[in-house]
Write a protein that binds this ligand. Structure first.
Ligand code: GAR
Length: 219
């Protein structure tokens, strides 16, 4: 796979570690960052992975940036393109090009809280639980068929930072799993839903009744 990053790179590190520890039979062919100074770049270099910086500020339009990104990715012919804290909205051409082989991790129980500041929004919204989702990327921002979700409780004294840490531990657990499923050809998409070994499994997402349970207490 090729991994795209923009920032801290803790999910990238979790994938590097999972491969190193023999838990994820995969190879990271290259890491591409749009941010030259991202800590993720240093993590990739330390792990001896080829790194490319493609700075979006060097391109006049999103389409041209995405085109450069595609060219660099395709030079490696990866089976999977993995977004790990890649904080750019991708063009339709890019998303179409990697149809059902472009994966993202997002820090919320999608479809709740797409976009930014998910932990603060979950707290402000009075959610009783929160979590992370791995999904195939479609034209919707932070949308697309969910591969796996993990939930954590929201506790009375939580701050966005404390809650983020609890969610991040789950991100690091579920991303390697989702990638392993993909690389072992265990995933399929049927009518917009991801199946694991041809079946829908509970850990892959909340059913509608669960989502309604996540409303704040009414007094
Ligand atoms: C992670 O929490 C990831 O879920 C989130 O950015 C963080 C990156 O952290 N991604 C998104 O919000 C995508 N919409 P990391 O650089 O330490 O992996």
């Amino acid at each position: 796979m090729v991994i795209l990053v923009s920032g801290r790179g803790s999910n990238l590190q979790a994938l590097i570690n999972a491969i190193r520890d023999g838990k994820l039979p995969a190879e990271i062919l290259a890491v591409i960052s749009n941010e030259p100074g991202a800590p993720a770049v240093a993590r990739a270099r330390t792990a001896g992975i080829p790194v490319h910086v493609i700075d979006h500020r060097d391109y006049p339009s999103r389409e041209e940036f995405d085109h450069a990104l595609m060219q660099q990715i395709d030079a490696y012919q990866p089976r999977l393109v993995t977004l790990a804290g890649f904080m750019r909205i991708l063009s339709d051409a890019f998303i179409g090009h990697y149809h059902e082989r472009l994966m993202n991790i997002h820090p919320s129980l999608l479809p709740a809280f797409p976009g930014l500041n998910t932990h603060a929004r979950a707290l402000a919204g009075g959610a009783k639980f929160h979590g992370a989702s791995v999904h195939f990327v479609t034209h919707e921002v932070d949308g697309g068929p969910v591969i796996i979700q993990a939930s954590v409780p929201v506790l009375p004294d939580d701050t966005p930072e404390i809650l983020a840490e609890r969610v991040l531990a789950e991100e690091h657990r579920i991303y390697p799993l989702a990638i392993e499923w993909f690389l072992n050809n265990r995933l399929s998409v049927d009518q917009g839903r991801v199946l694991l070994d041809g079946q829908r499994r509970p850990e892959q997402g909340l059913i509608e009744e669960d989502i309604s349970l996540n409303k704040p207490e009414t007094r």
